[in-house]
Design a protein around this ligand. Structure first.
Ligand code: HEC
Ligand code: HEC
Length: 103
């Protein structure tokens, strides 16, 4: 079988897709928001409108935690408790994009 230019493009495309897939499937490295007494208020706000266990499967599938509302107090409370971000911390608006909630 002769491999034509078009086939090479196709092969290159697959290599790129597999590469991206491997790059983003790496283990989660950023620390999660601990699900502890201190962070209870974060979880309470984020899941305040969470559908109950007997809600329809669609409601549960499409539910997203209220991250924006839950993020409001992260910094002020950390400041009050003397918790500093590491010096090389990335741009920090939208904490919950990186620091995941665990449930
Ligand atoms: C009511 C106070 C308070 C609020 C609000 C709060 N934190 Fe914290 N956070 C703490 C304290 C205190 C610690 C130190 C460890 C602990 O007690 O959990 C901490 C630790 C952490 C840690 C480090 C955990 C670890 O494993 O070392 C992360 C990450 C974090 N907070 C993220 C967040 C994010 C993101 C938010 C907002 C969505 C938030 N926190 C809101 C008080 C707070
Ligand atoms: C762009 C991604 C990103 C955003 C947004 C972000 N962080 Fe981080 N954060 C990181 C990374 C990466 C680290 C260092 C690795 C680690 O320890 O999780 C870190 C570390 C931390 C730590 C130290 C954890 C420890 O005990 O070592 C705290 C506390 C923290 N972030 C809080 C916050 C807060 C509060 C916000 C929002 C104001 C925020 N982060 C937003 C990515 C992010």
């Amino acid at each position: 079988m002769k491999i034509e230019k078009r086939d090479w493009l196709f092969i290159a495309l697959i290599v790129v897709i597999v590469g991206i897939f491997l790059a983003i499937s790496g283990k989660e490295k950023t620390k999660v928001v601990p699900n502890n007494a201190t962070h209870k208020e974060v979880y309470d706000v984020a899941y305040q409108h969470a559908p109950g266990p007997d809600a329809s499967i669609f409601k549960r599938a499409f539910f997203r935690p209220a991250k924006k509302a839950a993020e409001k107090n992260c910094e002020s409370c950390h400041e009050a408790n003397g918790i500093k971000l590491p010096p090389n911390h990335p741009p920090k608006h939208r904490c919950l994009f990186c620091h995941k909630l665990v449930k």
